[in-house]
Design a protein around this ligand. Structure first.
Ligand SMILES: [Zn+2]
Length: 306
């Protein structure tokens, strides 16, 4: 059913209404001096009430805007019309787009690619392929018990970390064990099984294909001269304490913390550090996580899959 409100306006009456609106709105605009935020919505409502048709209201609002732009050309802030009523929904002015929400920090994601610095290897996440060997392994020029090799980026970080420790403490530390190939791990693990049995070996040494040392991103560090090598009391040495406090700044994370066995599957190893890169290491510290599994939201890996 047509109502008079919906009927298009024609003839001299419509033109008269439009002039009346134009005069009214521009007058209000001058009164505001464009210094504040004019209530464009209220203009729109007034226009609608006077003109009674949406199309005419839209035209009148455009006049308001044009008048405001002119009035504010002297450098004062140009108010933004804000169509906010259904009557203004067909105006040619696009509604202001909402301010974009600040981007939430992306959740850290663990990688299964052994070449990725965020690879996580544990008893439920074997290396793939099992005999993976990193392509960019280099010798690490630091004091050592066993000649160390690591991936280039981790090697450079190790050199910087050792140098900082020496400069700050006047003491020395050495690489105990760094990159180990799949075949080396076969021998290491077999040796532990021979001395401790399989259950005991699994708390200390990874099975071949499950060792972080095979990534070229992990290093066991000991004091020089040797003290508490590969023993829990390394945590109490100056070397162990400095590493616990400062390794993160060089991109290394204490991988098997005290109390972490239910998650990591390994006993406390205050000597075993894993390179993840400085940014990730610092984000890890800031997160308050105590294991990389927790940081990356991975399930606990206390034992091998059956
Ligand atoms: Zn280790």
């Amino acid at each position: 059913m047509l109502t008079k409100d919906a009927a298009p306006e024609r003839g001299p009456t419509a033109a008269k209404r439009l002039r009346r609106v134009q005069s009214y709105t521009v007058g209000n605009l001058r009164a505001s001096s464009c210094t504040g935020r004019p209530a464009a919505g209220s203009y729109t409502r007034t226009v609608s009430q006077l003109l009674r048709t949406r199309a005419a209201a839209a035209a009148a609002l455009a006049l308001v805007v044009a008048g405001c732009v002119t009035a504010c050309a002297g450098g004062e802030p140009t108010p933004t019309p804000k169509p906010s009523t259904p009557a203004a929904s067909s105006t040619p002015l696009a509604p202001p787009s909402p301010a974009p929400a600040p981007a939430a920090p992306a959740a850290p994601v663990a990688s299964t690619d052994p070449n990725n610095l965020s690879v996580i290897v544990n008893k439920l996440r074997p290396l793939a392929p099992a005999d993976y060997a990193p392509a960019d392994v280099v010798e690490v020029p630091v004091p050592f018990a066993n000649q160390p090799f690591l991936r280039k980026e981790a090697a450079d970080a190790t050199v910087a970390m050792f140098a900082a420790f020496e400069a700050q403490s006047g003491l020395k530390m050495q690489a105990q064990s760094a990159y180990r190939s799949y075949q080396t791990q076969v021998s290491v693990y077999a040796g532990w099984v021979a001395s401790k049995g399989q259950a005991g070996a699994d708390l200390t040494s990874a099975r071949p294909g499950f060792s972080e040392h095979q990534t070229g991103l992990a290093i066991d560090i000991s004091a020089l001269p040797a003290a508490c090598t590969l023993q829990r009391c390394f945590a109490d040495t100056p070397q162990g304490q400095w590493l616990a406090a400062n390794a993160v700044d060089y991109g290394f994370v204490l991988r098997y913390p005290d109390g972490g066995t239910p998650v990591t599957g390994y006993e406390f190893e205050p000597w075993h550090y894993r390179y993840v890169g400085v940014d990730t290491a610092k984000a890890y510290r800031a997160s308050g996580a105590t294991t990389l599994e927790q940081y990356f939201g991975l399930p606990a890996a206390p034992t091998y899959a059956p």
